[in-house]
Design a protein around this ligand. Sequence first.
Ligand SMILES: [Fe+2]
Ligand SMILES: [Fe+2]
Length: 337
Amino acid sequence: MEKSQFARELKEKDEVSAPFLVKFAAVQVGKTGKPYMNLVLMDRSGEIEARVWEDVASHAGQAVRDAFVLAEGKIQLFQGRRQLVVKKLRVLREDDVNVKDFMVDTGLDAEALYARLLGYVASMQDPYYRALAESVLRDDAEIMDRVKRAPAAKAMHHAYKTGLLEHVVSITATLDFLAAHYGPKVDRDLLFLGGFFHDIGKLWELSYDRVTDYTDEGRMIGHLVMGVELVDRKIRELESQNGRLPGRFPEDKKLLVKHVVLSHHGRLDYGSPKRPKCLEAVIVHAIDDLDSKVNAVMKWVEADQTPGRWTGLNRQFERSFYKPDWAIEGQGPTSLN
Ligand SMILES: [Fe+2]
Ligand SMILES: [Fe+2]
């Protein structure tokens, strides 16, 4: 099926008849007690919220997450946001659609980013820390394949294909700069391991073949503990291989790597069982937080379609953001009011 209408371009009053991928689907009950369906539909251009008001029972089984659907209806504005009011919905088979129409093209070059990552690994000085980084990022084919594809999150930040790698390279570049800035009292290699490994559990915390979601392991264990488990396993493997390490992996270094991973959310109520308790952990936490926020705000401003200088309300940050000229080009005249 040819796709000629894309989510990003849809405007108020547009009549829509196009295939979409279901990113989110839930049945909710309105104020009158009547059930309706709340959907997020997506394609490679972006996403659009949708509502089904009629025939909810028969549609609910059709439009499930990860399904391709043909949606027919009309775009309306609801609280300033575009919403597709669906009149008809039909499930499509995967061979009815051109799957490429639904894969978000981020313009990221996974191979080039990965080459940069391996450059950082090769620049490490400590033989234990470097061997650990190599065993994960250079010698493990499954991990390499996953790192090139994985998003960093389901929503929030870097929530797209290769987003995790973009996040990790961005953080490591910043850590490289800060290592030079603060001098030899901070351990550049340990900072790098924090950059590489802090979110590496997300490779298995999330599933991301089509739509991103949490795995059972992700829900029950989470990426901080999963990252520590990986570090443990890789160190054991290195110790069992003759000649890979100059000696037994030093206990203090093992603890430091695991601590930087476990503490990177910074606070107990943000999921870290320990707060950062060494300089490198403090720095990795701060830069991780910074990089996630910068990406989240940048993408929010970029995607915003609200007329004028201010974006719609961002629920994560509980505020609207000011849009600079680059974000409002092509949106017509605006004023600061
Ligand atoms: Fe994290
Ligand atoms: Fe992160």
